[in-house]
Design a protein around this ligand. Sequence first.
Ligand SMILES: NC(=O)C1=CN([C@@H]2O[C@H](COP(=O)(O)OP(=O)(O)OC[C@H]3O[C@@H](n4cnc5c(N)ncnc54)[C@H](OP(=O)(O)O)[C@@H]3O)[C@@H](O)[C@H]2O)C=CC1
Ligand SMILES: CC(C)(CO)C(=O)C(=O)O
Length: 309
Amino acid sequence: MSVSACIIGGGSIGGIIAYYLYKGGLSKIPIYYRSEESYRKILDTRSINIVMPSSSEAYAVPVEPRLSSIPWDECDFIFNTVKAYDVESTIELMKRLSRKDTVIVMLQNGFGSYELVSERIQEAKIAVGVAYIGAERLDASTIKYNGGKTVIAGCPGKPCHELSPIATVLTRGGMDFRITSNVEYYRWLKLALNCVVNPLTALTRQRNKVVLSKNAEELVEIILDEFIQVARKHGYEFDKTYLKNYVYKNIELTRENMSSMLQDLLRGRKTEIDYINGFIARELGSPGLNYFITRLIHLIEGAGDEGKG
Ligand SMILES: NC(=O)C1=CN([C@@H]2O[C@H](COP(=O)(O)OP(=O)(O)OC[C@H]3O[C@@H](n4cnc5c(N)ncnc54)[C@H](OP(=O)(O)O)[C@@H]3O)[C@@H](O)[C@H]2O)C=CC1
Ligand SMILES: CC(C)(CO)C(=O)C(=O)O
C-alpha cells in the first residue's frame, strides 16, 4: 500500500523527517514553507541537504517545495514541524491538506500545540510525536543532523493504529519510530528534558553539554522539583533520581547539539519558552525558578525592543 506524507515546516526537524521518509521509500515529499525565500531556495534544486552526524558529507534528499499560502496536496499523513508559536498559522493549511482519513502528527516540544490543534481541527485524526533528535538549520536548504533517531508517537487518550503505515515507512528508512498507547507520559518526560536543556543553553549561549557542568546541577535540581510538583497535579508521578538520570542520559546523547531555543535566540526570533518552562510556571501557581527563567528568556527576546513600553 503506498502512502503520501506531507511536511509543514522545512526546518531542522522537518528536514530530518523528510530524510527518513525518503530513505523509507517515499519519493515525492512535499514540504510547505512559510517564506518565499526558503521556498525559492529549495525550488532551485528540489532537494535539501542533510549533513550527517560525525561527517561533513551532505546527503541530498529530493523534495517538492511548496508555499504555505498555496495548499496543493492531499496527504495521508501530515507532519507538522513548525515552532509551537507558529502552529496557529498552519491550522487552515492543515485543514486544506486533510481528507477523511488523514493523520496529523504534531512534533512540537512543550505543551499547547497539540491542545490547540485538537480543539480546532475535526477533519483529521491528531497524533503527537515526541522527538529525540538533535538538528540544526544551517541555511534554508541545509540541515546539520546532530544525532538521535527516536520518535515516540500516539494519539492522547486513544489508540492510534492509523499510524502503522507511516511507522513502516520510517522504520524501513532507519528511524526508531515507536507507536505507544501512552504518549501523554512521554510528552511529560520530554517536557522535563526541555525545561532543563533549552533555557540553560539559551541563557548561556552554549551547546547542550553545558548542562552537564557542575555549576548547572543546583539549577537542574530546582527545575525538576517544580516539574515533579506540576506533573503530580496532572496525575503523573516521577521519581527524582529516575528523572535526573533520564535528563543527563539524553543530554549526553545530544551533547553537541545546539538546542532549538538557542537557535531561535541566535536568529533574533522569539522562543518556545511559554510552552516549556512557562507552562510549568503557570501550573505551579507561585513564582519559582521556572517562572524567573521564563521572565529572563522574555527579557532576552525583547532586548531590541527598548522603549516600546
Ligand atoms: N531542532 C531540534 O533539535 C529539535 C526541535 N524540536 C521541536 O521541533 C519543532 C520544530 O523545530 P525546528 O525544526 O528546530 O524549527 P525551525 O525553526 O528549524 O523550522 C521551522 C520551520 O517552520 C516553517 N514555518 C513556520 N511557519 C510556517 C507556516 N505557517 N507554514 C509553513 N511553514 C512554516 C519555517 O519556514 P521558513 O523556512 O519559510 O521560515 C521553517 O522552515 C519545535 O517545536 C522544536 O521545539 C524537537 C526536538 C529537537
Ligand atoms: C532534545 C533537545 C534538547 C535537543 O537539543 C531538544 O528537544 C531541543 O533542542 O529542543
